[in-house]
Ligand binder design. Structure first.
Ligand code: HEM
Length: 576
Protein backbone atom coordinates (compact mmCIF):
# COMPACT_ATOMS: atom_id res chain seq x y z
CA UNK A 1 0.00 0.00 0.00
CA UNK A 2 2.77 2.37 1.04
CA UNK A 3 4.69 1.55 -2.18
CA UNK A 4 1.61 2.18 -4.35
CA UNK A 5 1.03 5.53 -2.70
CA UNK A 6 4.64 6.50 -3.22
CA UNK A 7 4.39 5.52 -6.86
CA UNK A 8 1.25 7.60 -7.31
CA UNK A 9 2.88 10.60 -5.59
CA UNK A 10 6.04 10.18 -7.67
CA UNK A 11 3.93 10.02 -10.85
CA UNK A 12 1.94 13.13 -9.86
CA UNK A 13 5.14 14.96 -8.98
CA UNK A 14 6.65 14.13 -12.40
CA UNK A 15 3.47 15.27 -14.18
CA UNK A 16 3.36 18.50 -12.16
CA UNK A 17 7.01 19.30 -12.79
CA UNK A 18 6.71 18.51 -16.50
CA UNK A 19 3.60 20.77 -16.81
CA UNK A 20 5.31 23.59 -14.92
CA UNK A 21 8.33 23.31 -17.23
CA UNK A 22 6.06 23.14 -20.26
CA UNK A 23 4.24 26.27 -19.10
CA UNK A 24 7.47 28.23 -18.59
CA UNK A 25 8.92 27.15 -21.94
CA UNK A 26 5.57 28.21 -23.49
CA UNK A 27 5.88 31.67 -21.95
CA UNK A 28 9.43 31.96 -23.34
CA UNK A 29 8.27 30.80 -26.82
CA UNK A 30 5.90 33.78 -27.02
CA UNK A 31 8.22 36.30 -25.29
CA UNK A 32 5.70 36.50 -22.41
CA UNK A 33 3.17 38.38 -24.53
CA UNK A 34 0.09 38.95 -22.34
CA UNK A 35 -2.95 36.74 -22.78
CA UNK A 36 -4.97 33.92 -21.21
CA UNK A 37 -3.14 31.17 -19.29
CA UNK A 38 -5.42 28.16 -19.60
CA UNK A 39 -5.36 24.35 -19.33
CA UNK A 40 -5.84 23.54 -23.04
CA UNK A 41 -4.88 24.95 -26.44
CA UNK A 42 -8.19 25.90 -28.15
CA UNK A 43 -7.67 23.65 -31.19
CA UNK A 44 -6.39 20.50 -29.49
CA UNK A 45 -8.46 17.82 -27.82
CA UNK A 46 -9.97 18.37 -25.24
CA UNK A 47 -9.96 22.20 -25.57
CA UNK A 48 -11.71 22.13 -28.95
CA UNK A 49 -14.51 19.92 -27.61
CA UNK A 50 -15.32 22.10 -24.60
CA UNK A 51 -17.39 25.23 -25.30
CA UNK A 52 -15.84 28.64 -24.71
CA UNK A 53 -15.93 29.41 -20.97
CA UNK A 54 -13.89 31.66 -18.67
CA UNK A 55 -11.30 28.87 -18.23
CA UNK A 56 -11.38 27.28 -21.70
CA UNK A 57 -11.02 29.53 -24.77
CA UNK A 58 -12.29 26.86 -27.22
CA UNK A 59 -12.44 27.30 -30.97
CA UNK A 60 -14.96 30.20 -30.84
CA UNK A 61 -12.89 32.37 -28.49
CA UNK A 62 -11.85 34.91 -31.11
CA UNK A 63 -15.36 35.12 -32.58
CA UNK A 64 -17.11 35.54 -29.25
CA UNK A 65 -14.68 38.21 -28.04
CA UNK A 66 -13.88 39.84 -31.40
CA UNK A 67 -11.70 42.89 -30.80
CA UNK A 68 -12.58 43.25 -27.11
CA UNK A 69 -9.99 40.65 -26.09
CA UNK A 70 -7.25 42.73 -27.73
CA UNK A 71 -8.51 45.83 -25.94
CA UNK A 72 -8.46 43.91 -22.68
CA UNK A 73 -4.82 42.90 -23.13
CA UNK A 74 -3.89 46.34 -24.44
CA UNK A 75 -2.33 45.11 -27.70
CA UNK A 76 -3.29 43.95 -31.19
CA UNK A 77 -1.39 40.74 -30.49
CA UNK A 78 -1.88 38.39 -27.53
CA UNK A 79 -0.74 34.91 -26.59
CA UNK A 80 -2.44 31.81 -25.25
CA UNK A 81 -0.17 29.61 -23.15
CA UNK A 82 -1.71 26.32 -22.01
CA UNK A 83 -0.32 24.57 -18.94
CA UNK A 84 -1.81 21.08 -19.55
CA UNK A 85 -2.33 20.26 -23.24
CA UNK A 86 -1.20 21.90 -26.46
CA UNK A 87 1.41 24.31 -27.79
CA UNK A 88 1.69 28.03 -27.02
CA UNK A 89 0.25 30.34 -29.67
CA UNK A 90 -0.13 33.95 -30.75
CA UNK A 91 -3.30 35.66 -32.03
CA UNK A 92 -2.85 38.62 -34.37
CA UNK A 93 -5.35 41.33 -35.34
CA UNK A 94 -2.82 43.80 -36.78
CA UNK A 95 -2.28 43.82 -40.54
CA UNK A 96 1.40 44.87 -40.39
CA UNK A 97 2.10 41.84 -38.22
CA UNK A 98 -0.13 39.64 -40.39
CA UNK A 99 1.92 40.71 -43.44
CA UNK A 100 5.08 39.50 -41.67
CA UNK A 101 3.42 36.06 -41.45
CA UNK A 102 1.66 35.60 -44.80
CA UNK A 103 2.97 38.46 -46.95
CA UNK A 104 6.08 38.58 -49.08
CA UNK A 105 9.46 39.17 -47.58
CA UNK A 106 10.13 36.25 -45.25
CA UNK A 107 11.59 32.89 -46.24
CA UNK A 108 8.90 30.30 -47.01
CA UNK A 109 10.23 28.27 -44.08
CA UNK A 110 9.87 30.98 -41.44
CA UNK A 111 6.11 30.55 -41.06
CA UNK A 112 4.75 27.29 -42.40
CA UNK A 113 1.27 25.82 -42.63
CA UNK A 114 0.49 24.27 -39.30
CA UNK A 115 0.51 20.47 -39.28
CA UNK A 116 -2.59 20.36 -37.08
CA UNK A 117 -4.55 22.65 -39.38
CA UNK A 118 -7.86 21.15 -40.42
CA UNK A 119 -7.34 22.81 -43.82
CA UNK A 120 -4.39 20.71 -44.69
CA UNK A 121 -6.26 17.79 -46.17
CA UNK A 122 -3.19 15.64 -46.13
CA UNK A 123 -5.35 12.60 -46.63
CA UNK A 124 -6.07 13.81 -50.15
CA UNK A 125 -2.45 13.68 -51.25
CA UNK A 126 -0.36 16.70 -52.11
CA UNK A 127 -2.37 19.74 -53.14
CA UNK A 128 -2.14 23.54 -53.27
CA UNK A 129 -3.69 24.08 -49.85
CA UNK A 130 -1.53 21.59 -48.00
CA UNK A 131 1.85 22.05 -49.64
CA UNK A 132 4.73 24.40 -48.83
CA UNK A 133 7.79 25.95 -50.52
CA UNK A 134 8.76 24.63 -53.95
CA UNK A 135 6.03 22.00 -54.04
CA UNK A 136 3.39 24.69 -53.39
CA UNK A 137 4.94 26.88 -56.13
CA UNK A 138 4.61 23.96 -58.55
CA UNK A 139 0.90 23.56 -57.67
CA UNK A 140 0.17 27.29 -57.92
CA UNK A 141 1.99 27.57 -61.27
CA UNK A 142 -0.16 24.82 -62.79
CA UNK A 143 -3.41 25.98 -61.20
CA UNK A 144 -2.97 29.70 -61.99
CA UNK A 145 -3.93 29.48 -65.70
CA UNK A 146 -7.18 27.70 -64.79
CA UNK A 147 -8.49 31.02 -63.39
CA UNK A 148 -9.10 33.32 -66.36
CA UNK A 149 -11.68 35.77 -67.70
CA UNK A 150 -13.49 33.20 -69.86
CA UNK A 151 -14.04 31.15 -66.70
CA UNK A 152 -15.51 34.15 -64.87
CA UNK A 153 -17.85 34.94 -67.78
CA UNK A 154 -18.97 31.31 -67.63
CA UNK A 155 -19.49 31.53 -63.86
CA UNK A 156 -21.71 34.58 -64.42
CA UNK A 157 -23.91 33.06 -67.11
CA UNK A 158 -24.25 29.73 -65.32
CA UNK A 159 -25.22 31.48 -62.09
CA UNK A 160 -28.02 33.28 -63.97
CA UNK A 161 -29.10 29.99 -65.51
CA UNK A 162 -29.04 28.24 -62.12
CA UNK A 163 -31.09 31.07 -60.58
CA UNK A 164 -33.80 30.74 -63.23
CA UNK A 165 -33.75 26.94 -62.97
CA UNK A 166 -34.10 27.22 -59.22
CA UNK A 167 -36.99 29.70 -59.33
CA UNK A 168 -38.81 27.52 -61.85
CA UNK A 169 -38.02 24.16 -60.29
CA UNK A 170 -38.76 25.29 -56.76
CA UNK A 171 -41.97 27.03 -57.82
CA UNK A 172 -41.10 30.40 -56.31
CA UNK A 173 -43.88 32.09 -58.23
CA UNK A 174 -46.60 29.78 -56.99
CA UNK A 175 -45.60 28.70 -53.52
CA UNK A 176 -45.98 30.60 -50.31
CA UNK A 177 -43.14 28.89 -48.51
CA UNK A 178 -39.90 27.80 -50.14
CA UNK A 179 -36.44 26.76 -49.15
CA UNK A 180 -33.49 28.69 -50.54
CA UNK A 181 -30.79 26.20 -51.24
CA UNK A 182 -27.71 28.36 -51.84
CA UNK A 183 -26.26 27.09 -55.05
CA UNK A 184 -22.49 27.23 -54.77
CA UNK A 185 -21.89 23.52 -55.33
CA UNK A 186 -23.86 23.69 -58.55
CA UNK A 187 -21.77 26.56 -59.91
CA UNK A 188 -18.40 25.26 -58.85
CA UNK A 189 -19.35 21.79 -60.08
CA UNK A 190 -20.48 23.07 -63.49
CA UNK A 191 -18.16 25.97 -64.31
CA UNK A 192 -15.28 24.90 -62.19
CA UNK A 193 -15.20 21.32 -63.19
CA UNK A 194 -17.64 20.84 -66.06
CA UNK A 195 -19.55 18.21 -64.06
CA UNK A 196 -23.00 17.31 -65.39
CA UNK A 197 -24.88 18.99 -62.52
CA UNK A 198 -28.23 20.69 -62.87
CA UNK A 199 -30.83 22.02 -60.50
CA UNK A 200 -33.47 19.36 -60.82
CA UNK A 201 -31.46 16.17 -61.12
CA UNK A 202 -28.49 14.55 -59.49
CA UNK A 203 -25.45 13.36 -61.46
CA UNK A 204 -25.33 9.61 -60.86
CA UNK A 205 -22.04 7.84 -60.22
CA UNK A 206 -21.84 4.92 -62.66
CA UNK A 207 -20.55 2.45 -60.03
CA UNK A 208 -21.39 4.27 -56.84
CA UNK A 209 -24.03 4.09 -54.15
CA UNK A 210 -24.70 7.85 -54.15
CA UNK A 211 -24.78 10.76 -56.61
CA UNK A 212 -21.66 12.82 -57.22
CA UNK A 213 -23.21 15.82 -55.48
CA UNK A 214 -24.03 13.70 -52.45
CA UNK A 215 -20.50 12.29 -52.23
CA UNK A 216 -19.04 15.83 -52.45
CA UNK A 217 -21.44 16.98 -49.76
CA UNK A 218 -20.61 14.10 -47.44
CA UNK A 219 -16.85 14.45 -47.92
CA UNK A 220 -16.64 18.23 -47.58
CA UNK A 221 -18.93 18.35 -44.55
CA UNK A 222 -16.83 15.68 -42.85
CA UNK A 223 -13.43 17.17 -43.65
CA UNK A 224 -12.45 17.19 -39.98
CA UNK A 225 -13.08 13.44 -39.81
CA UNK A 226 -10.89 12.88 -42.87
CA UNK A 227 -7.96 14.52 -41.10
CA UNK A 228 -8.50 12.57 -37.87
CA UNK A 229 -5.87 10.03 -36.77
CA UNK A 230 -5.94 6.65 -38.57
CA UNK A 231 -7.16 4.81 -35.43
CA UNK A 232 -10.27 7.00 -35.27
CA UNK A 233 -10.95 6.29 -38.93
CA UNK A 234 -10.79 2.56 -38.27
CA UNK A 235 -13.47 2.58 -35.54
CA UNK A 236 -16.33 0.29 -36.60
CA UNK A 237 -19.10 2.91 -36.39
CA UNK A 238 -21.82 2.74 -39.04
CA UNK A 239 -21.92 6.50 -39.25
CA UNK A 240 -18.37 6.47 -40.63
CA UNK A 241 -19.15 3.97 -43.35
CA UNK A 242 -21.09 6.44 -45.49
CA UNK A 243 -18.21 8.91 -45.18
CA UNK A 244 -15.60 6.39 -46.37
CA UNK A 245 -17.85 5.22 -49.24
CA UNK A 246 -18.34 8.84 -50.29
CA UNK A 247 -14.59 9.49 -50.14
CA UNK A 248 -13.75 6.38 -52.21
CA UNK A 249 -16.47 7.02 -54.77
CA UNK A 250 -15.49 10.65 -55.18
CA UNK A 251 -11.82 9.73 -55.55
CA UNK A 252 -12.76 7.14 -58.19
CA UNK A 253 -14.95 9.64 -60.07
CA UNK A 254 -12.24 12.32 -60.08
CA UNK A 255 -9.60 9.88 -61.33
CA UNK A 256 -11.88 8.87 -64.20
CA UNK A 257 -12.47 12.54 -64.94
CA UNK A 258 -8.72 13.22 -65.22
CA UNK A 259 -8.38 10.36 -67.71
CA UNK A 260 -11.40 11.60 -69.70
CA UNK A 261 -10.08 15.18 -69.84
CA UNK A 262 -6.71 14.01 -71.08
CA UNK A 263 -8.34 12.06 -73.89
CA UNK A 264 -10.70 14.92 -74.76
CA UNK A 265 -7.89 17.50 -74.81
CA UNK A 266 -5.63 15.37 -76.96
CA UNK A 267 -8.30 15.55 -79.72
CA UNK A 268 -7.87 19.35 -80.15
CA UNK A 269 -4.81 21.52 -80.76
CA UNK A 270 -3.78 23.76 -77.85
CA UNK A 271 -5.30 26.97 -79.21
CA UNK A 272 -8.53 25.35 -80.41
CA UNK A 273 -11.76 27.07 -79.39
CA UNK A 274 -13.28 23.61 -79.08
CA UNK A 275 -11.23 22.84 -76.00
CA UNK A 276 -13.22 22.95 -72.76
CA UNK A 277 -12.47 26.05 -70.72
CA UNK A 278 -13.66 24.82 -67.32
CA UNK A 279 -11.14 24.95 -64.48
CA UNK A 280 -10.62 21.20 -64.43
CA UNK A 281 -9.85 20.98 -68.15
CA UNK A 282 -7.60 24.05 -67.97
CA UNK A 283 -5.71 22.49 -65.10
CA UNK A 284 -5.22 19.20 -66.96
CA UNK A 285 -4.22 21.15 -70.08
CA UNK A 286 -1.71 23.38 -68.22
CA UNK A 287 -0.27 20.32 -66.55
CA UNK A 288 0.17 18.44 -69.81
CA UNK A 289 2.11 21.43 -71.19
CA UNK A 290 4.60 21.39 -68.28
CA UNK A 291 8.00 19.74 -68.44
CA UNK A 292 8.23 16.33 -66.74
CA UNK A 293 9.99 17.91 -63.75
CA UNK A 294 7.22 20.40 -63.04
CA UNK A 295 4.27 18.19 -63.96
CA UNK A 296 1.76 17.16 -61.30
CA UNK A 297 0.93 13.48 -61.01
CA UNK A 298 -2.68 12.38 -61.67
CA UNK A 299 -3.06 11.96 -57.91
CA UNK A 300 -1.93 15.54 -57.37
CA UNK A 301 -4.39 16.80 -60.00
CA UNK A 302 -7.16 14.94 -58.17
CA UNK A 303 -5.89 16.35 -54.85
CA UNK A 304 -6.15 19.87 -56.25
CA UNK A 305 -9.63 19.39 -57.65
CA UNK A 306 -10.74 18.18 -54.26
CA UNK A 307 -8.96 21.06 -52.52
CA UNK A 308 -10.89 23.52 -54.66
CA UNK A 309 -14.20 21.78 -54.17
CA UNK A 310 -13.52 21.99 -50.47
CA UNK A 311 -12.24 25.58 -50.43
CA UNK A 312 -14.75 26.98 -52.91
CA UNK A 313 -18.06 25.44 -52.06
CA UNK A 314 -19.02 26.08 -48.47
CA UNK A 315 -17.15 29.41 -48.32
CA UNK A 316 -19.05 31.00 -51.20
CA UNK A 317 -22.38 29.59 -50.04
CA UNK A 318 -21.94 31.03 -46.55
CA UNK A 319 -20.81 34.37 -47.98
CA UNK A 320 -23.99 34.65 -50.05
CA UNK A 321 -26.12 33.59 -47.09
CA UNK A 322 -24.41 36.13 -44.80
CA UNK A 323 -25.03 38.91 -47.36
CA UNK A 324 -28.72 37.95 -47.59
CA UNK A 325 -28.98 37.87 -43.81
CA UNK A 326 -27.35 41.30 -43.47
CA UNK A 327 -29.50 43.04 -46.10
CA UNK A 328 -32.62 41.51 -44.59
CA UNK A 329 -31.85 43.55 -41.47
CA UNK A 330 -31.04 46.76 -43.39
CA UNK A 331 -33.90 47.64 -45.73
CA UNK A 332 -32.44 51.07 -46.52
CA UNK A 333 -29.22 49.50 -47.82
CA UNK A 334 -31.19 46.93 -49.76
CA UNK A 335 -33.21 49.77 -51.33
CA UNK A 336 -30.01 51.55 -52.43
CA UNK A 337 -28.70 48.37 -54.04
CA UNK A 338 -32.02 47.80 -55.81
CA UNK A 339 -31.93 51.37 -57.17
CA UNK A 340 -28.49 50.76 -58.63
CA UNK A 341 -29.54 47.41 -60.10
CA UNK A 342 -32.55 49.12 -61.72
CA UNK A 343 -30.31 51.80 -63.24
CA UNK A 344 -27.63 49.42 -64.48
CA UNK A 345 -29.69 46.41 -65.52
CA UNK A 346 -33.42 47.21 -65.38
CA UNK A 347 -36.08 44.56 -65.71
CA UNK A 348 -36.14 43.75 -69.40
CA UNK A 349 -32.96 41.68 -69.44
CA UNK A 350 -30.71 39.71 -67.14
CA UNK A 351 -27.42 41.24 -65.95
CA UNK A 352 -24.30 40.33 -67.91
CA UNK A 353 -20.66 40.13 -66.86
CA UNK A 354 -20.21 43.59 -68.47
CA UNK A 355 -22.55 45.02 -65.78
CA UNK A 356 -20.39 43.57 -63.01
CA UNK A 357 -18.07 46.61 -62.56
CA UNK A 358 -21.13 48.89 -62.19
CA UNK A 359 -22.79 46.84 -59.47
CA UNK A 360 -20.70 48.45 -56.74
CA UNK A 361 -23.52 48.51 -54.16
CA UNK A 362 -23.97 44.76 -54.43
CA UNK A 363 -20.20 44.27 -54.18
CA UNK A 364 -20.18 46.56 -51.11
CA UNK A 365 -22.89 44.43 -49.48
CA UNK A 366 -20.90 41.26 -50.16
CA UNK A 367 -17.62 42.76 -48.86
CA UNK A 368 -19.25 44.15 -45.75
CA UNK A 369 -21.02 40.85 -44.98
CA UNK A 370 -17.69 39.06 -45.41
CA UNK A 371 -15.98 41.62 -43.19
CA UNK A 372 -18.50 41.06 -40.42
CA UNK A 373 -18.55 37.29 -41.03
CA UNK A 374 -15.09 36.42 -42.35
CA UNK A 375 -15.82 32.88 -43.53
CA UNK A 376 -12.10 32.04 -43.58
CA UNK A 377 -11.85 33.27 -40.00
CA UNK A 378 -8.31 32.14 -39.17
CA UNK A 379 -5.11 31.82 -41.12
CA UNK A 380 -3.14 29.16 -39.29
CA UNK A 381 0.64 29.04 -39.41
CA UNK A 382 3.47 27.78 -37.27
CA UNK A 383 6.96 29.22 -36.70
CA UNK A 384 9.14 26.87 -38.79
CA UNK A 385 12.29 28.26 -37.12
CA UNK A 386 13.21 30.62 -34.27
CA UNK A 387 12.33 34.11 -35.51
CA UNK A 388 11.07 37.59 -34.53
CA UNK A 389 7.93 39.67 -34.99
CA UNK A 390 7.73 43.44 -34.96
CA UNK A 391 4.55 44.60 -33.25
CA UNK A 392 3.37 48.22 -33.61
CA UNK A 393 2.34 49.97 -30.40
CA UNK A 394 -1.41 50.46 -29.87
CA UNK A 395 -3.16 53.08 -32.01
CA UNK A 396 -2.07 56.60 -31.11
CA UNK A 397 1.28 55.48 -29.64
CA UNK A 398 4.10 55.69 -32.21
CA UNK A 399 6.82 53.06 -32.34
CA UNK A 400 6.97 49.30 -32.21
CA UNK A 401 8.43 46.42 -30.27
CA UNK A 402 10.33 43.43 -31.69
CA UNK A 403 9.81 40.13 -29.89
CA UNK A 404 11.38 36.66 -30.30
CA UNK A 405 9.25 33.67 -31.30
CA UNK A 406 10.47 30.12 -30.86
CA UNK A 407 10.13 27.38 -33.49
CA UNK A 408 6.86 25.44 -33.11
CA UNK A 409 4.81 28.38 -31.79
CA UNK A 410 1.36 28.43 -33.37
CA UNK A 411 0.39 31.64 -35.12
CA UNK A 412 -3.21 32.61 -35.74
CA UNK A 413 -3.87 35.52 -38.04
CA UNK A 414 -7.26 36.24 -36.53
CA UNK A 415 -9.40 37.49 -39.41
CA UNK A 416 -12.22 38.32 -37.00
CA UNK A 417 -9.83 40.48 -34.96
CA UNK A 418 -8.57 42.19 -38.13
CA UNK A 419 -12.08 42.88 -39.46
CA UNK A 420 -13.27 44.29 -36.12
CA UNK A 421 -10.08 46.28 -35.42
CA UNK A 422 -11.02 50.00 -35.04
CA UNK A 423 -7.58 50.90 -36.45
CA UNK A 424 -8.97 49.86 -39.85
CA UNK A 425 -12.74 50.27 -39.52
CA UNK A 426 -14.75 52.96 -37.74
CA UNK A 427 -17.75 51.48 -35.89
CA UNK A 428 -16.69 47.94 -36.78
CA UNK A 429 -19.84 46.40 -35.24
CA UNK A 430 -22.01 48.26 -37.78
CA UNK A 431 -23.00 46.92 -41.19
CA UNK A 432 -21.86 49.75 -43.48
CA UNK A 433 -21.33 48.66 -47.11
CA UNK A 434 -20.61 52.31 -47.98
CA UNK A 435 -17.12 51.89 -46.49
CA UNK A 436 -16.21 49.90 -49.64
CA UNK A 437 -17.26 52.63 -52.08
CA UNK A 438 -14.46 53.27 -54.57
CA UNK A 439 -12.57 50.10 -53.56
CA UNK A 440 -12.10 47.79 -56.54
CA UNK A 441 -13.07 44.11 -56.35
CA UNK A 442 -9.38 43.15 -56.66
CA UNK A 443 -8.03 45.53 -54.03
CA UNK A 444 -5.99 44.01 -51.19
CA UNK A 445 -7.61 46.61 -48.92
CA UNK A 446 -10.29 43.98 -48.62
CA UNK A 447 -8.51 41.26 -46.68
CA UNK A 448 -11.12 38.54 -46.07
CA UNK A 449 -9.60 36.46 -48.90
CA UNK A 450 -6.15 36.82 -47.30
CA UNK A 451 -3.24 38.52 -49.08
CA UNK A 452 0.32 37.93 -50.21
CA UNK A 453 1.53 35.01 -52.28
CA UNK A 454 -0.94 32.56 -50.73
CA UNK A 455 -3.97 34.74 -51.20
CA UNK A 456 -7.19 32.96 -52.18
CA UNK A 457 -6.84 31.73 -55.76
CA UNK A 458 -10.65 31.53 -56.10
CA UNK A 459 -11.31 35.12 -54.98
CA UNK A 460 -12.67 36.41 -58.28
CA UNK A 461 -14.57 33.17 -58.90
CA UNK A 462 -16.38 33.61 -55.56
CA UNK A 463 -17.00 37.35 -55.97
CA UNK A 464 -18.38 37.04 -59.51
CA UNK A 465 -20.69 34.20 -58.49
CA UNK A 466 -21.93 35.98 -55.34
CA UNK A 467 -22.46 39.40 -56.99
CA UNK A 468 -24.40 37.79 -59.84
CA UNK A 469 -26.58 35.70 -57.54
CA UNK A 470 -27.27 38.60 -55.16
CA UNK A 471 -28.11 40.93 -58.09
CA UNK A 472 -30.74 38.50 -59.34
CA UNK A 473 -32.29 37.93 -55.91
CA UNK A 474 -32.28 41.60 -54.87
CA UNK A 475 -33.75 42.75 -58.17
CA UNK A 476 -36.63 40.30 -58.11
CA UNK A 477 -37.36 40.02 -54.42
CA UNK A 478 -37.26 41.99 -51.23
CA UNK A 479 -35.52 40.15 -48.46
CA UNK A 480 -36.83 40.56 -44.94
CA UNK A 481 -36.26 38.65 -41.74
CA UNK A 482 -39.00 36.72 -40.04
CA UNK A 483 -39.53 37.36 -36.38
CA UNK A 484 -39.85 34.62 -33.83
CA UNK A 485 -42.78 34.79 -31.42
CA UNK A 486 -42.25 37.42 -28.72
CA UNK A 487 -38.97 38.49 -30.26
CA UNK A 488 -38.05 42.18 -30.21
CA UNK A 489 -36.09 43.73 -33.09
CA UNK A 490 -33.04 43.92 -30.89
CA UNK A 491 -33.28 40.22 -29.98
CA UNK A 492 -33.67 39.37 -33.63
CA UNK A 493 -30.62 41.41 -34.66
CA UNK A 494 -28.54 39.78 -31.96
CA UNK A 495 -29.69 36.34 -33.06
CA UNK A 496 -29.07 37.11 -36.70
CA UNK A 497 -25.62 38.53 -36.12
CA UNK A 498 -24.31 35.51 -34.29
CA UNK A 499 -22.17 32.81 -35.87
CA UNK A 500 -20.36 29.59 -35.10
CA UNK A 501 -16.65 29.21 -35.73
CA UNK A 502 -15.74 25.78 -37.07
CA UNK A 503 -13.61 25.11 -40.15
CA UNK A 504 -15.44 28.09 -41.61
CA UNK A 505 -17.36 30.83 -39.81
CA UNK A 506 -21.05 30.17 -40.30
CA UNK A 507 -23.62 32.86 -39.71
CA UNK A 508 -26.19 31.73 -37.18
CA UNK A 509 -29.13 32.34 -39.45
CA UNK A 510 -28.31 29.10 -41.17
CA UNK A 511 -27.87 27.17 -37.99
CA UNK A 512 -31.09 28.40 -36.46
CA UNK A 513 -33.05 28.17 -39.71
CA UNK A 514 -33.53 31.92 -39.51
CA UNK A 515 -36.09 32.76 -42.13
CA UNK A 516 -36.47 35.39 -44.77
CA UNK A 517 -39.60 36.81 -46.30
CA UNK A 518 -39.28 37.69 -49.94
CA UNK A 519 -41.69 40.08 -51.59
CA UNK A 520 -42.07 40.13 -55.33
CA UNK A 521 -41.07 43.63 -56.34
CA UNK A 522 -44.02 45.20 -57.99
CA UNK A 523 -45.45 48.62 -58.81
CA UNK A 524 -49.00 47.71 -59.56
CA UNK A 525 -51.13 50.64 -58.27
CA UNK A 526 -53.24 48.21 -56.31
CA UNK A 527 -50.19 47.23 -54.34
CA UNK A 528 -48.87 50.67 -53.59
CA UNK A 529 -47.59 49.72 -50.17
CA UNK A 530 -45.37 46.98 -51.42
CA UNK A 531 -44.24 48.18 -54.79
CA UNK A 532 -40.67 48.93 -55.63
CA UNK A 533 -40.32 48.53 -59.37
CA UNK A 534 -41.85 50.06 -62.48
CA UNK A 535 -43.36 46.82 -63.72
CA UNK A 536 -44.58 43.67 -62.13
CA UNK A 537 -41.92 41.03 -62.37
CA UNK A 538 -42.10 37.32 -61.80
CA UNK A 539 -45.70 36.18 -61.83
CA UNK A 540 -46.89 39.75 -62.27
CA UNK A 541 -48.73 39.71 -58.99
CA UNK A 542 -47.60 41.42 -55.88
CA UNK A 543 -47.62 38.96 -53.05
CA UNK A 544 -45.46 37.72 -50.25
CA UNK A 545 -43.61 34.48 -50.09
CA UNK A 546 -41.70 33.15 -47.15
CA UNK A 547 -38.43 31.43 -47.68
CA UNK A 548 -36.12 29.51 -45.45
CA UNK A 549 -32.41 29.52 -45.95
CA UNK A 550 -31.83 25.83 -45.56
CA UNK A 551 -28.72 24.05 -44.45
CA UNK A 552 -26.38 24.88 -47.28
CA UNK A 553 -25.16 21.34 -47.34
CA UNK A 554 -28.46 20.46 -49.01
CA UNK A 555 -27.58 22.75 -51.89
CA UNK A 556 -28.46 20.12 -54.39
CA UNK A 557 -32.04 19.92 -53.53
CA UNK A 558 -32.89 16.29 -53.01
CA UNK A 559 -35.99 16.53 -50.87
CA UNK A 560 -37.96 19.33 -49.35
CA UNK A 561 -37.82 19.25 -45.61
CA UNK A 562 -41.54 19.80 -45.52
CA UNK A 563 -42.07 19.17 -41.86
CA UNK A 564 -39.44 21.62 -40.69
CA UNK A 565 -40.49 24.18 -43.27
CA UNK A 566 -44.07 23.98 -42.03
CA UNK A 567 -42.87 24.19 -38.45
CA UNK A 568 -40.99 27.46 -38.98
CA UNK A 569 -43.76 28.83 -41.18
CA UNK A 570 -46.38 28.09 -38.52
CA UNK A 571 -44.19 29.61 -35.84
CA UNK A 572 -44.08 32.77 -37.85
CA UNK A 573 -47.78 32.72 -38.57
CA UNK A 574 -48.43 32.38 -34.84
CA UNK A 575 -46.22 35.37 -34.25
CA UNK A 576 -48.26 37.43 -36.70
C1 HEM B 1 -16.27 33.72 -50.16
C2 HEM B 1 -15.51 32.75 -50.59
C3 HEM B 1 -14.10 32.49 -50.16
C4 HEM B 1 -13.39 32.95 -49.08
C5 HEM B 1 -13.87 33.90 -47.97
C6 HEM B 1 -12.06 32.40 -49.18
C7 HEM B 1 -11.04 32.68 -48.27
C8 HEM B 1 -9.76 32.16 -48.39
C9 HEM B 1 -8.68 32.46 -47.46
C10 HEM B 1 -8.78 33.38 -46.24
C11 HEM B 1 -7.59 31.78 -47.89
C12 HEM B 1 -6.18 31.75 -47.23
C13 HEM B 1 -6.08 30.53 -46.32
C14 HEM B 1 -4.71 30.33 -45.72
O1 HEM B 1 -3.73 30.91 -46.19
O2 HEM B 1 -4.63 29.54 -44.76
C15 HEM B 1 -7.97 31.04 -49.08
C16 HEM B 1 -7.13 30.22 -49.80
C17 HEM B 1 -7.53 29.44 -50.87
N1 HEM B 1 -8.78 29.47 -51.49
FE1 HEM B 1 -10.34 30.62 -50.97
N2 HEM B 1 -11.99 31.61 -50.30
C18 HEM B 1 -13.21 31.64 -50.93
C19 HEM B 1 -13.56 31.02 -52.13
C20 HEM B 1 -12.73 30.18 -52.85
C21 HEM B 1 -13.07 29.55 -54.11
C22 HEM B 1 -14.38 29.76 -54.88
C23 HEM B 1 -12.01 28.74 -54.47
C24 HEM B 1 -11.82 27.88 -55.68
C25 HEM B 1 -12.57 27.90 -56.75
C26 HEM B 1 -11.00 28.90 -53.43
C27 HEM B 1 -9.78 28.28 -53.43
C28 HEM B 1 -8.76 28.54 -52.53
C29 HEM B 1 -7.45 27.89 -52.58
C30 HEM B 1 -7.04 26.81 -53.55
C31 HEM B 1 -6.69 28.45 -51.55
C32 HEM B 1 -5.23 28.13 -51.18
C33 HEM B 1 -4.32 29.04 -51.99
C34 HEM B 1 -2.82 28.81 -51.72
O3 HEM B 1 -2.47 28.36 -50.63
O4 HEM B 1 -2.01 29.10 -52.63
N3 HEM B 1 -11.46 29.78 -52.48
N4 HEM B 1 -9.29 31.31 -49.36
Amino acid sequence: MGDSLSLIFAFLAIITVSRVLKFYSGLTAVSKLPGPRVPFWPYAIPGVLIPTTWWNPGESYHWINRFSVYKYFGSEVFSIVPFLVGPPGIYISNLDVAHQIVGNGRSALTFVKSKSSPYLLEFWRSNIIYSQGDVWRKHRRVLGPAFHNTLYADVWSRTIQAYHDMVAAEGWHELNVVDIPILAILIIGKCGFGFPFDWTSQAPHPNGSMSIQESIRVVTSNAALMTSPKWIQKLPFNVFQKVWSARDELMQFLKEQVAERKTALSGFPKESEERSKDMFSMLVSANEAESEKLKLSDEEVVGNIFAMLFAGNETTAYAIAAALGCVSLHQDIQGEALKQIEEVVGYTRDPTIDDYPQLSKVLGILFEALRMFPIGHMILREAGEDTTLTIPNPTGQPGSETISILKGTKIIVDMVGVQYNPRYFDEPEKFKPSRWEGISADSETFTAFSFGPRTCIGRKFAIVEAVCWLTMVLRDWRVEPLMRPEETEEMRSRRALDARAGITLNMALLLTRFSLSLFVNCQDDDHADDHQTPVCVGSGTCRTMEALVIDIQQEVHTSRDAEKTAEVYNTNADAD
